[in-house]
Ligand binder design. Sequence first.
Ligand code: MN
Length: 237
Amino acid sequence: MSNTQALIGLVAQHSSDQPDRYFLNAAYVNAIHNAGGIPIIIPYQPLEGIRTVLHQVRGVVLTGGVDVDPQRYGEAPHRACGEINPLRDELDLAVTELALERNLPILAICRGAQVLNVALGGTLVQDIPEQIPGAIKHRQEAPKWYGTHSVSIQPGSLLSSIVGSDAQVNSYHHQAIAKVGTGLRVSAEAPDGVVEAVESTSGSFVLGVQWHPELMEERCPAARALFRHFVQAVLAN
Ligand code: MN
C-alpha cells in the first residue's frame, strides 16, 4: 500500500432494535475524509474477519455508542448503568486489542475512550451523577458543535501538542474513566476532575477523548486538528 493512502477503519455502531442495524454517524466518516484519510466502516463479524480487516487498515477510530458491559471490567451493573450491547463490546474490544498488537494509531471517541481504557484493564464510572458528587453537567443540551465545558490538558502530553493547554468541548456522556488502564495516562480533565482524555505513555498515537470532536470539526480548529494529526500519525507509521 502506498504511503499516501491512509485506510482508516471506523467501528460501526449497532442498534439492537428489530430489525437490527449496523450504522455510523456520517460526521465520523466526514471528519476522517476531511483530514485526508480514507474511511472504511467495520461492522460486527466473527473474529477472523475482524483480523483480516485489521491487516488492511493503517489506523482505527473507536466510535461512540452505548455503555460498556460493566462485567467487562469486573463490576455488576449499577442501577444507573445505561443500555449495553454485547456484540458491540465484542467488536470494539477485538478491534482495540488487534490495533494495539499491530501498533496502529488509535483515535478513540467517547465510548471509544472508555473501550480503550477497559481493553487495557481500566474501569469506568458507571454513572457520573450517581457516583461523582458535585460533578458538572456532562449530558449536554445545546447544539452538538458547541463546547459546554472546559477541559484542562496535561502539559507535555500528545493532546497538548495538538490542541494546547485547554479547550472547550461538547459533552454527551454519563460515564467516564475511573481506574486508568495499563500503559495509559490521563491527558485532560473537566473542572470537576472527570477524566476527559487518556493517551498512551509510550509516545505512539493512541488517544482517547471523552468529547465528540467529529461534531465540532466544522467550526472548531482544535477539533479539526485532532483528526489531522491522527491521519498524519497514520501516514507516518
Ligand atoms: Mn464531559
